[in-house]
Design a protein around this ligand. Structure first.
Ligand SMILES: Nc1nc2[nH]cc(C(=O)O)c2c(=O)[nH]1
Ligand code: SF4
Ligand SMILES: [Mg+2]
Length: 242
């Protein structure tokens, strides 16, 4: 199923603004790397990263967001995900937490059915307790040149980071553009008590994804951080729907 139709109706409380649903594929990033998964990508973001790889979910200056939005009832999303023969459902964006109240029934239904639900988030929004009880969080605060288009006060929200850490269900997955970014990662981990740190290359080509970590992986390991690649980029060059 591809979410690409123009919807005339306004979004009602039980509908989510969806950019695309896809899979089965594999989770390409983080602690579940390589696991079979399906994806729900949501529209909108509260940050404006210039190097974002999914600007079509939020950048109205470059994309017709209305045309790219499908308002999908939560029960339809639940039915679609449960019809897929995979244990893992990844909710990403954009920034999924912008719609977190409407995510609760989706996450709850999938979790009740035995699925593992991972939410990819930029870590700027405090999660609702109902989400924290059922989902796992891959939290990517933006640092260095990657985060440069938004002020730190907008990108780094201590209460959100603290609450996510306290759920015991969050890893913190930082996009590394330059080796120096590890200093920012270490500072944030220290300031906010983040315990499970993952470093991931920036890049939408296999060459970027391989060359980047060659410059910083040893340093990351020495600092006690985990390293993840972007497997879907290595396999499929960041093709849409993978
Ligand atoms: N295969 C695959 N894994 C992913 N993990 C996080 C993704 C994302 O776009 O947030 C992503 C994605 O777009 N594709
Ligand atoms: S937070 Fe993520 S989705 Fe939002 S602009 Fe930055 S990279 Fe893109
Ligand atoms: Mg992606």
């Amino acid at each position: 199923m591809t979410a690409g139709t123009v919807t005339g109706a306004g979004t009602t409380p039980d509908q989510l603004q969806v950019a695309e649903v896809f899979g089965p594929t594999v989770q390409g990033e983080g602690p579940s790397l390589g696991r079979r998964a399906v994806f729900v990508r949501l529209m909108r973001c509260n940050l404006t990263c210039k190097r974002c790889d999914t600007p079509e979910t939020w950048d109205a200056s470059r994309f017709d967001l209305h045309a790219r939005t499908t308002s999908m009832p939560v029960p339809d999303l639940v039915s679609w995900a449960l019809a897929q023969p995979v244990d893992l459902v990844v909710i990403t964006g954009g920034e999924p937490f912008i719609q977190q109240r409407r995510l609760v029934p989706l996450v709850q239904a999938l979790s009740d059915a035995g699925r593992r639900v991972e939410i990819e988030t930029n870590g700027t929004v405090v999660p609702l307790p109902e989400l924290a009880a059922h989902a796992w969080f891959n939290v990517s605060p933006k640092v260095g040149v990657f985060g440069a288009s938004d002020p730190e006060s907008k990108r780094i929200k201590p209460a959100a980071l603290r609450t996510l850490q306290q759920t015991g269900r969050a890893v913190f997955k930082f996009v590394i553009t330059k080796p120096d970014d590890l200093d920012d990662v270490a500072r944030l981990a220290d300031e906010h008590g983040l315990t499970s740190i993952w470093c991931m290359p920036e890049g939408t080509t296999p060459a970027d994804v391989v060359d980047g970590p060659r410059a910083w992986a040893d340093d990351a390991i020495a600092r006690g951080f985990h390293v993840t690649t972007r497997l879907h980029v290595l396999l499929w060059d960041d093709a849409p729907g993978r």
